[in-house]
Design a binder for this molecule. Structure first.
Ligand code: PLP
Length: 367
C-alpha cells in the first residue's frame, strides 16, 4: 500500500493541469502582469459566486483582513486601541491583522462540539471599547452567524468573516462572503480554493468600504501617481487570478467531494477512543479539514505515521498562548486550551480515492 500523505497538492492541481497551463500561458503571452483583465475578471466571478456586490483581489489572506481594518479606520468606524473579538483557536493571521492595525485582539473561547467561536463567550468579552467581531469559519464550518449578527447589531459592532477556510460554504441559503459586513479570503495553495502561490481577496457589498480597500491595496492611489491614502502594495497578480478563475469553476464539485469523504469518515470510523467531527446535515461545512480528537494524540499520530498515513495538528497552541502574544497569556479560553492538546487532522482532499479513504478508516478502527 502506498503512503497516504496529509495533502498531495501536486495531484490536486494535476486534475486541472491543462486548463491551468493554458491560463498561465495566456498571461505570459499578454505581456501584462499586474492590475489587468485577469484580476478584474476573477473579481467579478468571485463576487458573483459569493453573492456579494464586489471583490478586491489582494496579495494574501492576512492582507485581506488587514485591509478591512485599515479601511474601517480611514472611514472612522474604528480607531486605534478599539477592541476586536476573535476566537482563541484560529490561525494566527486572524489576530495579527487586528494587532497590526493598531487594534486590540480580545480572545473568545470556542464551542466544544463545532470548535467555532462561542457566542456566549463573545458576550462575556464585550466592553465599552468593543467595535468589531471576527467570525472565523474554522475547518470549513460556518461560524454561528445568526447569533453573531444579533450580538453585532445590538452592540453596533462591525462583523467580519475570516473565510480563509470556507470558500463556497452555504449558511441558511446564503454563501460565505455575504454573511457579514465584509469577508476576507485566502487563496494560499492548500485552501479549498487555492492559487499557485500567495493570493487573497476581500468580498463585501459595502461600496464605500470597497472603494477605500481597492485604493489602499494599491498604494492608496486611484489615479496613477496621485495618492489619497498612505497605502500598501497588496495586489492579486494576473497569473494567480487566471489560475483562480480556472479553479473557481470546479470549487462546488471539489467541495462536494470533500463533503462526501467527510460523511464516509463519519459513518465508518468506529473507535471509542476517538471523537469525530461534528458534521451538519447541509453544506454549511465544506471540510477544509477533518479534525478528530483524542486524549492520546501523540500515540495516535505516531501509529498513523507508522502505517503510512500523514496527519497534521490545527492548531497545537491557541493564539493567546503563543510566544508572540505573551502579553495576553493570562487570558482564559479553557475549551480552546483543552482541545489544542487533542485535535488531529486526517487526510481529506478531493483527489483522495475511496481506496485510500477505506485504508484511513481501517487503520483508525484497529487502533
Ligand atoms: C490561511 C488563513 C489565513 C491567512 O491566509 P494567508 O493567505 O496565508 O495570509 C487567515 N485566516 C485563516 C483562518 C486561515 O486559515
Amino acid at each position: 500500500m502506498n503512503e497516504i500523505p496529509f495533502l498531495d497538492l501536486k495531484r490536486e492541481n494535476a486534475r486541472y493541469a491543462s486548463d491551468i497551463r493554458e491560463a498561465v500561458m495566456r498571461v505570459l503571452d499578454s505581456g501584462w502582469y499586474i492590475l489587468g483583465t485577469e484580476k478584474e475578471a476573477f473579481e467579478n466571478e468571485f463576487a458573483t459566486y459569493c453573492e456579494a456586490k464586489d471583490c478586491v483581489g489582494v496579495g494574501n489572506g492576512l492582507d485581506a483582513l488587514r485591509l478591512i481594518f485599515m479601511a474601517y479606520i480611514r472611514l472612522g468606524f474604528l480607531k486605534e486601541k478599539d477592541e476586536v473579538i476573535l476566537p482563541a483557536n484560529s490561525f494566527i493571521a486572524t489576530a495579527l491583522a487586528v494587532s497590526q492595525s493598531g487594534l486590540v485582539p480580545v480572545f473568545a473561547d470556542c464551542d466544544i462540539n463545532t470548535y467555532n467561536i462561542c457566542p456566549r463567550s463573545v458576550v462575556e468579552k464585550l466592553t465599552e471599547k468593543t467595535r468589531a467581531i471576527v467570525a472565523v469559519h474554522l475547518y470549513g464550518q460556518v461560524a454561528p452567524m445568526e447569533e453573531l449578527q444579533k450580538i453585532a447589531k445590538e452592540n453596533n459592532l462591525k462583523l467580519i468573516e475570516d473565510a480563509a477556510q470556507a470558500h463556497g460554504a452555504v449558511y441558511q441559503g446564503r454563501r460565505v462572503g455575504s454573511l457579514a459586513d465584509a469577508a476576507a479570503f485566502s487563496f494560499y495553495p492548500v485552501k479549498n480554493l487555492g492559487a499557485l502561490g500567495d493570493a487573497g481577496a476581500v468580498v463585501s457589498s459595502d461600496a464605500e468600504l470597497m472603494q477605500v480597500i481597492r485604493s489602499i491595496a494599491n498604494y492608496g492611489s486611484e489615479e496613477k501617481y496621485m495618492n489619497r491614502y498612505k497605502g500598501i502594495n497588496s495586489r492579486l497578480d494576473e497569473i494567480q487570478a487566471a489560475v483562480l478563475s480556472v479553479k473557481l469553476r470546479y470549487l462546488n464539485r471539489d467541495n462536494d467531494c470533500r463533503i462526501k469523504i467527510a460523511s464516509f469518515y463519519s459513518e465508518n470510523i468506529v473507535n471509542d477512543k476517538l471523537i469525530l467531527l461534528h458534521t451538519p446535515p447541509d453544506n454549511s461545512h465544506v471540510f477544509h479539514l477533518y479534525v478528530i480528537r483524542t486524549n492520546e494524540r501523540e500515540s495516535l499520530q505516531g501509529y498513523l505515521h507508522d502505517n503510512g498515513i500523514g496527519t497534521q495538528i490545527h492548531y497545537p497552541l491557541s493564539i493567546h498562548k503563543q510566544e508572540a502574544y505573551q502579553e495576553l497569556s493570562e487570558v482564559k479560553a479553557p475549551v480552546a486550551e483543552r482541545i489544542q492538546n487533542e485535535v488531529l487532522s486526517l487526510p481529506l482532499y478531493p483527489s483522495l480515492t475511496r481506496l485510500e479513504q477505506k485504508r484511513v478508516v481501517e487503520v483508525l478502527n484497529k487502533w
